[in-house]
Design a protein around this ligand. Sequence first.
Ligand SMILES: [Fe+2]
Ligand SMILES: [Fe+2]
Length: 310
Amino acid sequence: MHAISKSTDSERYARCIRASKRVRWDIDEDVIQGRSFDRSQKFLPDGLSLVQEFTTLAVDEKRFVSQIQGRTYANMFGLVERFINAKVLEVSRDHWLGDQVALEALVLQLLVAEPHQELFRRINDLVGATLPAGYHFDVNPDAVAGVVLSKSTWAVLALTLDIELFTQLHYRHSIEPDAELSALFKDVFLYHWKEESQHAILDELEWKRHDAELTVEARDRAVDEFIELVGAVDGILQAQAASDAGYFAATCGRTVDEAETQAIEAGFLKAYRWQYIHSGAAHPLFGKILSSLITADQGQRIQAALDTLH
Ligand SMILES: [Fe+2]
Ligand SMILES: [Fe+2]
């Protein structure tokens, strides 16, 4: 039984290698293609930006909200790719003197991680050249990575799978028919998704492999650490929602009073929690893998923590 599951895993690593070699893309030639952003278009699709929640805003103001969120999207991915990259490098060590197919698959994942960070830096700069000055994203990716990587590998791999699965769901939202959605941002979703599909498979394989080595007590602690990590992500989202609401109020061209600014901030936070926490946590595959590794009581602890983030 063990031998069968091992050969199936090897085949999945091998399939990831073939797929990553097939889908490789170039930031300039394939994604950006010399284009810049256009303020008459939305940057994030409505299914992610939740602009319908911003009930006090006019149509063009809602579009501006999607553009601010697009810039934050680029910055959030620049942030998470940093710690994911470091963790992949670390877990690849387990395969150095063992499964060379698994090692190659993880090394290929590492090779695309820097281009992903570069892509999101370029997108941040391009959006910055289009929108008014005054936007801030003051979170240091290395400082966040330091906090994340201080937690157990089980907890970090759980968060990583969550993230790499939600990028796939985000892509699906971006292909829903919407003539006002930026073609450049659609391509960012498309090309990112092509590689994240492989990454999610590798995350699952590495997470299960690591999980099999844990004691019951260590896994129970790791569940709490995963909850702490989700809380840390939420702290970043709360700060960014406040920053982005303040930026909107200062640059939208009309007076926005304190009560409306608070409503706009709540809208940003709801959208960010959907984009960076709930869209992954509610992903059917994430739920399936997570529940196969933990007890019902641990599942309830995680669900109770997620329920507080609404
Ligand atoms: Fe990525
Ligand atoms: Fe990735």
